[in-house]
Design a protein around this ligand. Structure first.
Ligand SMILES: [Zn+2]
Length: 285
């Protein structure tokens, strides 16, 4: 097993090898049985998503293989459509997603997308699925395109399927019923999986950035904050000017720099036509 991490995060102890995601290359798929890219080893969900996208792109360089790999994408709606991060490269993310799902068989990868709500994954990607598995769908029921399944499976029993059961709908509209055996190493709900696995992580000092803090600020304000601060206004003065907290100013400057570092430009600033779209802002201490 191999863990992927942010270059900004230090791992002091781990039962298995850990590498920066920037060192990932597809021959590792032959070498390891399981490769994990997960939130605890990143500074933010946004950074984790950027890494996941990069790993996908690098897998696509695989031209031959001795065994097929399965890419399991948990909470796939975050990677394949992102409402939260709609500003930054949403088109690009969707482009990569469609490409990956369509082409993955050509580089020996089966892509498995896991999502709470089928319709939160982009329609272009959904339509590429060879198999759709439904687990207990609860009172919300099946999405419109799959209502026909109710002609064969009783709605209450589909709503209350046991956790390890599923209904399988292949592309050819056949219908299957499956059971997944419980595995002893499955994460238990209240369990801290990082601690349980004996992994010790050190994150860089708190920079005040969280997607929640960044939310609720419109694109124009983001540009204003970044430009004012870049022109030498203090964080406190910038905060006062825009009626936000200093932490918000800090988080937007950080978010901007992160986008420039990762994607060569900040999508929000680029969309607003800011001259600083491709430039990291010097953070003064
Ligand atoms: Zn920006």
């Amino acid at each position: 097993m191999l863990l992927l991490k942010s270059p900004r995060v230090e791992v002091h102890r781990s039962p298995c090898p850990v590498i920066d995601y920037t060192d990932f290359s597809h021959p590792l798929l032959e070498e390891y049985d399981i490769i994990v890219n997960a939130t605890p080893l990143y500074t933010s969900v946004q950074e984790e998503l950027g890494a996941a996208r990069e790993v996908f792109v690098r897998m696509s360089a695989r031209l031959s293989w001795s065994r097929v790999a399965a890419a399991v994408v948990r909470e796939a709606q975050d990677l394949f459509t992102s409402r939260v991060y709609a500003y930054e490269g949403q088109k690009e993310t969707k482009g990569v997603g469609v490409y990956m799902v369509r082409k993955s068989r050509h580089f020996g990868v089966a892509t498995l997308l896991d999502t709470l709500k089928e319709t939160s994954i982009d329609a272009d990607i959904r339509q590429l699925s060879d198999y759709v598995l439904f687990k207990g769908v609860g009172v919300w029921g099946l999405p419109a395109a799959f209502k026909w399944v109710y002609a064969y499976v009783d709605p209450p029993s589909l709503a209350t399927l046991p956790k390890n059961r599923c209904v399988v709908v292949p592309r050819n509209t056949a219908l299957g019923y499956g059971a997944v055996p419980y595995v002893a190493w499955h994460k238990k709900e209240p369990e801290n999986i990082v601690a349980a696995a004996g992994i010790e992580v050190e994150k860089p000092p708190e920079d005040g950035f969280t997607p929640q803090k960044a939310a609720g600020i419109d694109a124009e304000t983001h540009v204003g904050i970044v430009e004012s601060y870049a022109l030498g206004m203090s964080m406190a003065a910038t905060a006062l000017k825009y009626g936000v907290s200093s932490a918000t100013v800090k988080s937007h400057v950080w978010r901007h720099n992160d986008a420039v570092a990762r994607e060569t430009r900040c999508g929000i600033c680029a969309a607003e036509g800011s001259a600083l779209a491709g430039e990291a802002v010097n953070v003064r201490r």
